[in-house]
Design a protein around this ligand. Structure first.
Ligand SMILES: Cc1cc2nc3c(=O)[nH]c(=O)nc-3n(C[C@H](O)[C@H](O)[C@H](O)COP(=O)(O)OP(=O)(O)OC[C@H]3O[C@@H](n4cnc5c(N)ncnc54)[C@H](O)[C@@H]3O)c2cc1C
Length: 421
């Protein structure tokens, strides 16, 4: 029997998930197709809306105030500030009390594992104790076996950034010894299940290793590995052993906060009745006049058309391979949508490694309904809408706007697809 839905979303990251939920809210049937795991397992789990303007001013206190200053063609200018708010409102619904920050339009300043202070709109509850505007003294704890968090260095950087509290860093041994290449999930599991270490559990033993270094600090930050399924219980226990607030510092890949966020999104998709096809790549498409009629999925060498009335392209940016580049040019590889870029490859970059690189904003150029446009400014397909990193016009890494752009475009692209199905 042919596969047929009202809406098909390609891409299972934050943009595709939100687009699928937004489409489902219009009352249509939705299927989400995703090949590999999304960039969420690398991402910090923070939901940035806009931390810096396109010309680098910031950190911004209120992202909404700065939206009008963004260049024309920026995804936020295309969808408008109401869509940004709607995207965040949908996120708040999905995240429930696992995330904080929804009480205000103002960005929070959250310490990163490198010791920078990052402006962000929503942060996991587990990271709340680390907010940099809080003036309580802080101890950061790293582990001998985890070289990607240098607690003393992070503390020095925070201090140099002028935070309004004393901060020190210490490196201790994690109470259990793992293989040298153990993942953060192994550390989290030991705390989740409170595995025995000698005569006591891992949580108590960890607190005992940290306690001599407290020196009056009222809050203690660990790399984000403090449990997964039982994360609240782990933090509660550490807090009562230490007599200080315990928080997690967002970390690089593999990122437990990113994985936890992925679980929240997938639970919401399940609850909304969105069909999921994961592990197979969309490799082509079929058309009917100027509209798409199917996206073709490679299932173990067999090419299967998935039919729908409307489609959302949410395959990610250059990092997620939703945008491809070669010596010949830049293109969107699945539907072969036009990606505006300078002809000369040397104009894709600037000499300064940390400069304003044009490639960072490469992506499809959408019309006001988020349909990718061809080189003449016409919709590539009447029923294809784009969301997330595949949409061009913003250097989301420099602006600190990645998840916000994914949420705002996801909510609009999903609704447009649902309403046109
Ligand atoms: C290292 C790192 C750190 C980050 N940190 C932050 C942060 O601190 N704050 C923040 O707000 N954002 C952060 N982000 C960005 C954010 O997590 C998302 O990457 C961004 O919002 C884009 O999401 P997306 O859904 O568009 O794409 P992605 O997350 O890239 O998802 C795209 C999905 O499409 C699938 N796909 C692609 N092609 C196909 C195909 N042909 N067929 C089927 N499926 C396909 C992929 O497998 C993937 O699942 C970070 C990203 C990275 C990489």
């Amino acid at each position: 029997m042919p596969i047929s839905e009202d809406v098909i979303v390609v891409g299972g990251g934050i943009a595709g998930s939100v687009a699928a939920l937004s489409a489902a809210e219009t009352g249509v049937s939705v299927r989400l197709i995703s090949h590999k795991k999304s960039t969420l397992r690398h991402a910090s789990g923070l939901i940035d809306v806009l931390g810096y303007t396109a010309d680098g001013s910031g950190p911004l206190a209120d992202p909404y105030e700065a939206l009008d200053s963004l260049p024309e063609g920026h995804p936020y200018r295309v969808v408008g500030s109401d869509a940004v708010r709607e995207g965040l409102a949908l996120f708040d619904q999905i995240a429930g009390d696992e995330y904080l920050g929804g009480h205000t339009d103002t960005n929070a300043l959250v310490p990163t594992h490198g010791g920078a202070v990052k402006p962000t709109a929503r942060y996991p509850r587990a990271a709340a104790g680390g907010i940099a505007s809080d003036d309580r003294d802080m101890l950061l704890v790293g582990f001998e076996s985890m070289t990607d968090f240098e607690a003393s260095l992070a503390a020095d950087h925070l201090d140099a950034a002028g935070v309004p509290f004393d901060v020190t860093g210490v490196t201790v041994e994690f109470p259990k010894t793992f293989r040298a290449d153990a993942k953060v999930t192994r550390f989290a599991k030991a705390l989740d299940t409170d595995e025995d270490v000698g005569s006591r559990g891992t949580r108590e033993a960890l607190a005992a290793a940290v306690e001599p270094h407290l020196d009056g600090a009222e809050r203690v930050g660990f790399p984000s590995l403090l449990g997964d399924d039982h994360r609240h219980e782990v933090r509660d226990d550490l807090e009562s052993y230490l007599g200080a607030e315990v928080f997690e510092v967002p970390m690089g890949p593999p990122s437990l906060p990113g994985l936890r966020l992925e679980d929240l999104l997938f639970d919401a998709l399940d609850e909304a009745g969105v069909g999921m096809s994961t592990g197979n790549k969309a490799v082509g498409y079929e058309t009917d006049g100027d509209a798409l009629s199917a996206v073709v999925v490679d299932r173990q060498g067999r090419e299967i058309p998935y039919h729908a009335d409307a489609f959302v392209l949410a395959t990610g940016g250059l990092v997620g391979k939703g945008i491809g580049s070669s010596r010949e040019g830049v293109r969107e590889p699945l539907f072969d949508c036009h990606v505006p870029h300078p002809e000369d490859r040397y104009d894709w970059f600037v000499d300064d490694a940390f400069g304003d690189h044009p490639f960072a904003a490469f992506g499809v150029a959408p019309d006001d309904r988020l349909r990718p446009q061809d080189a003449d400014g016409d919709a590539e397909f009447a029923n294809l809408f784009a969301a997330g990193g595949v949409v061009g016009g913003a250097d989301v890494a420099a602006e600190k706007s990645a998840s916000g752009v994914s949420l705002a475009t996801g909510v609009v692209a999903g609704r447009e697809a649902g309403e046109s199905a």
